[in-house]
Design a protein around this ligand. Structure first.
Ligand code: FES
Length: 256
């Protein structure tokens, strides 16, 4: 179920250069939100177009989302102040599935793709092993929050300036040589998703990935977000906004 609501901004923090952490009030969205779903946010810029932003966490009448300033919309959004109202539609999309029989989950996120994974880590009951990859030390965020909500958290940087030295998918691959895993959950840049999909499929591990896609309506009406999928031997086009953003890796073709 979704709703469009004017939500009051109650907390705001810049957690890294150009990355803003917002918490808004909404009893409805806090109750309805599932991990991996997103909000369609009217940023208040001159275009009035909504921007899709993942839900990072929710509960107790509050919804948290984190975004990177990338264009006019998010530039306008970052200027909202505590007490301002934000027009938000949500929660939208199909999020992560948590099958009851999953015993050894692994979560892997890269860059701004780590944000929707926090709620997932909580809902996995602190049982997940988490891999977080960033470009360099200055971009590392949320390490302590993931440490508090997971079994183990491994952080890496592409340039080796902090934690594991290299691509975070390689760290996960090395871990899987010696540890059991029955589900991989992933969100991040396309090269990382491709590497994760390959590793999961070669090892025969089920894998869910969250896709980032340009969106228009966010509710399945405009087809801007179409992606190629395969299910039960049939190729078809799915809508990332309603069928996703989370898909099983074997269902999707990952293009650059
Ligand atoms: Fe319009 Fe998905 S964004 S159909």
């Amino acid at each position: 179920m979704k709703k469009t609501e004017n939500c009051k901004l109650i907390r705001k923090r810049e957690i890294a250069d150009g990355i803003f952490d917002f918490v808004v009030e909404s009893e409805f969205m806090a109750k309805e939100a599932q991990c991996g779903q997103f909000l369609h946010v009217n940023c208040g810029d001159s275009t009035f177009l909504r921007r899709p932003i993942s839900i990072c966490d929710s509960g107790n009448g509050e919804v948290r989302f984190i975004f990177e300033v990338k264009g006019k919309g998010t530039e306008a959004l970052k200027n909202k102040e505590v007490g301002d109202m934000i027009d938000i539609m949500g929660p939208l999309g199909h999020g992560f599935e948590i099958p009851k029989d999953v015993k050894n989950p692994v979560i892997i996120g890269g860059g701004i793709g780590v944000f929707p994974l926090l709620k997932l880590a909580k809902e996995l009951g602190g049982n997940a092993t988490v891999f977080l990859g960033f470009r360099n030390k200055d971009r590392v965020v949320m390490e302590e929050e993931f440490e508090r909500t997971s079994k183990t958290t491994i952080v890496g940087t592409d340039d080796g300036s902090y934690g594991f030295d290299g691509y975070i998918a390689s760290a996960m691959d090395q871990y899987l040589n010696f540890n059991e895993c029955d589900m991989i959950y992933s969100c991040g840049p396309m090269p990382m998703l491709k590497a994760v999909k390959k590793i999961a499929e070669e090892r025969g591990i089920k894998c869910q990935i969250s896709l980032e896609q340009r969106m228009g309506c966010g509710i399945g009406a405009c087809l801007v977000c179409s992606c190629e999928t395969h299910k039960e031997g049939t190729d078809r086009y799915a809508k990332v906004c309603t069928n996703g953003p989370v898909f099983y890796s074997e269902e999707v073709t990952l293009n650059d």
